[in-house]
Unconditional design. Structure first.
Lengths: 462, 179
């Protein structure tokens, strides 16, 4: 009996030693001090700060959007890894492998649905997160550069979505990618070369699929991990999120801080779980679309770009491609990149819409855009035909430069007028302009998604 | 020891040091440029090899009489349309819309090519009748040997608009054309 007992206690001691080496600290912290130490010692939680400003826990500051984006990206990594076991990235096998995934693999359809809907929600949530950051002034110092990092992340999310769009290799994928990469041809000088680089040839084919697969499954995830870590680290270095305050309140130097565990962590986990439940139900109810196999000889009618590009596609209906696909998007990108570096009169970080006046002006801009954009679309659709009125003038001028200049003059006029009328600060005026562009872009996107039917003619969605 | 030397020969030492520093920075730039050019060259599109299939770049469309006046015939293998104009001339039109590269069908009822993607339209000569397409359809070289129409699909010819010089006419011996 005695030697046996000694042996068992030896084994349990051994297990204890192994357990101790993995988890040197108590699993459930008991005191406040232990909690803070716990965050530092735990690898996963090491990303989180030990304490956060109490006021930033308020749900109506962040709406949980950043956390949701991070949760969705993790979910994409997980489902993507699973899909990689079944998917075959060559044109002759890709479509069949998706069919096998949906019909023969256990839970294959569900995993694909989750991956598909997550990707779409991710674009939306990252976009909303960007709007939240902008409208709470969270791009002012010391968070300027994190805005740029965030734009990079947005770019990566769009790249992931777009490259993933081709992979099922059905009609929807083939033609949406044909149209979207067709855009590159209009970049002066390097356009054709760039297009061949992206497509791996002059047409969409095996080379395109393997390039898109490489970008989708290696470059984007790698970039996301690097940029996300950087994004979170910069947030911590800025002392946490912007602290919400009323317009007349001063920025507090030393805000009250509370331990991350449990205050922030529990909130994050609850948001993530609710989101996960929502995605699961959504993916069970709605299947990811899969049309017939790609046929290079037959463009379906209508062929539409993915919905997140449909604002640009709608502009394409009204401007010469050089302007709608090159000049305007480039200008918008430059404007977004420059946004935190403009010389602002005041630091409005933490104040929704900057000030009371800012809120009023934003509303004016939103209403203006809601009236002007549909009016412009309808007028161009049914009344204005600049190309026909100016015979002999090249279409890049009659259908490009002239309408572009007219709209530019209109926007500058609006800016000058509203700035003078409200005697606004830089902050308020630029925010007004941002709202004007934002609402116009949303209306263009909605028009492209729901109001364009066969032959891209104007239709009602109901 | 090194510190002493530094004190003694301060001026020569700093100039030498700054020279080496600049050299290192310069070499760093060279290494970076090499890295970028290797990656760039790796990713550049390769030159396409000439297809060695049974169907070379030159496609025989058939005898002249096979194509009625004012008609369009699709060649799926060659990815082009052979259109015969009212005056008997031939044009080989690419089936790719010049706007964003969708495949355009010939609508025989309306006598035009209508792009399903952004509703550009082209006439039988490939000329734009309705934007957003910015230029006329690309063409391929057509030549006639022994009354047989041949199309060279190896080289696409870009053009901004239709010109009469782009059309290939059969020899006048065909009586159907004289009228």
């Amino acid at each position: 009996m005695k030697p046996q007992k000694r042996q068992s206690s030896g084994i349990s001691k051994c297990f204890h030693r192994i357990f101790q080496s993995i988890f040197p600290d108590p699993l459930i912290p008991k005191s406040e001090q232990e909690r803070k130490r716990y965050l530092l010692k735990n690898l996963i939680l090491h990303f989180r700060p030990a304490t956060v400003p109490e006021k930033t826990l308020k749900f109506s500051l962040t709406w949980g959007l950043g956390g949701m984006a991070a949760s969705l990206i993790i979910l994409q990594f997980g489902t993507g890894l699973l899909l990689k076991f079944v998917y075959k990235p060559i044109p002759v096998a890709a479509y069949t492998s998706i069919q096998v995934l949906q019909n023969e693999v256990m839970f294959g359809q569900l995993i694909r649905n989750i991956h598909h809907w997550c990707a779409n929600f991710l674009v939306l949530i990252v976009f909303l997160h960007m709007l939240r950051v902008f409208f709470t002034g969270a791009f002012h110092p010391p968070r300027q550069f994190n805005w740029i990092v965030g734009l990079g992340l947005f770019g990566l999310v769009l790249t992931a979505n777009f490259t993933g769009y081709l992979l099922p290799y059905d009609q929807l994928a083939y033609w949406a990618v044909t149209v979207s990469t067709g855009v590159l041809e209009y970049i002066p000088g390097i356009g054709v070369l760039l297009q061949e680089m992206v497509r791996g040839g002059s047409d969409i084919g095996p080379a395109t699929l393997s390039i898109f697969f490489a970008i989708h499954t290696a470059m984007v995830p790698f970039g996301l991990i690097i940029l996300m870590s950087f994004h979170f680290w910069r947030t911590r270095k800025a002392g946490g999120l912007v602290i919400p305050r009323a317009p007349q309140e001063e920025i507090k130097e030393k805000p009250i801080r509370v331990p991350t565990l449990p205050n922030l962590l529990v909130r994050e986990i609850v948001t993530a779980i609710v989101l996960l439940a929502f995605i699961l139900v959504f993916a069970m109810v709605f299947n990811a679309p899969l049309e017939s196999k790609a046929n290079p000889g037959l463009s379906p009618n209508p062929t539409k770009a993915p919905w997140y590009f449909s604002g640009i596609q709608e502009m394409l209906m009204h401007f010469h491609p050089f302007f709608s696909l090159f000049i305007i998007p480039i200008l918008m990108m430059i404007a977004l990149l420059c946004l935190p570096y403009i010389d602002y009169e005041s630091n409005t970080s933490g104040v929704w819409f900057g000030s009371f006046k800012g809120r009023k002006m934003a509303l004016v801009a939103a209403i203006t855009a809601t009236i002007a954009t549909p009016a412009g679309i309808l007028a161009d659709e049914y009344m204005i035909d600049l190309a026909a009125w100016m015979q002999g003038v090249p279409p890049s001028i009659s259908n490009g430069l002239i309408p572009f200049m007219i709209i530019l003059v209109g926007i500058i006029g609006f800016y000058v007028l509203i700035k003078r009328k409200y005697s606004a600060t830089n902050n308020e005026a630029i925010q007004t302009l941002f709202v004007l562009f934002l609402v116009s872009f949303i209306i263009l996107t909605v028009t492209g998604v729901w109001f364009r039917g066969i032959g891209m003619k104007f239709v009602l969605p109901f | 020891m090194p510190e002493k030397q530094e004190n003694l020969q301060n001026s020569t030492n700093t100039s030498r040091r700054s020279f080496f520093n600049k050299l290192w920075i310069f070499l760093g730039f060279v290494a970076f440029a090499e890295f970028i050019s290797v990656v760039g060259a790796f990713l550049l599109p390769r030159k396409r090899r000439i297809k060695t299939s049974n169907f070379g770049p030159i496609i025989e469309a058939g005898p002249v009489e096979k194509f009625p006046l004012d008609s369009v015939t699709a060649f799926i293998r060659g990815k082009f349309y052979l259109s015969r104009l009212e005056d008997g001339g031939f044009l080989a039109l690419s089936r790719k819309c010049t706007h964003l590269g969708c495949t355009i069908p010939w609508i025989s009822k309306e006598k035009n090519f209508a792009c399903p993607c952004h509703s550009s339209a082209f006439d039988i000569r490939g000329e734009v009748i309705s934007p957003p397409a910015p230029r006329a359809l690309d063409i391929y070289h057509v030549f006639i040997e022994n009354n047989i129409i041949k199309v060279d699909t190896g080289k696409k010819i870009k053009r901004t608009e239709f010109r009469s010089g782009q059309v290939t006419y059969p020899k006048k011996k065909n009586d159907r054309i004289t009228g």
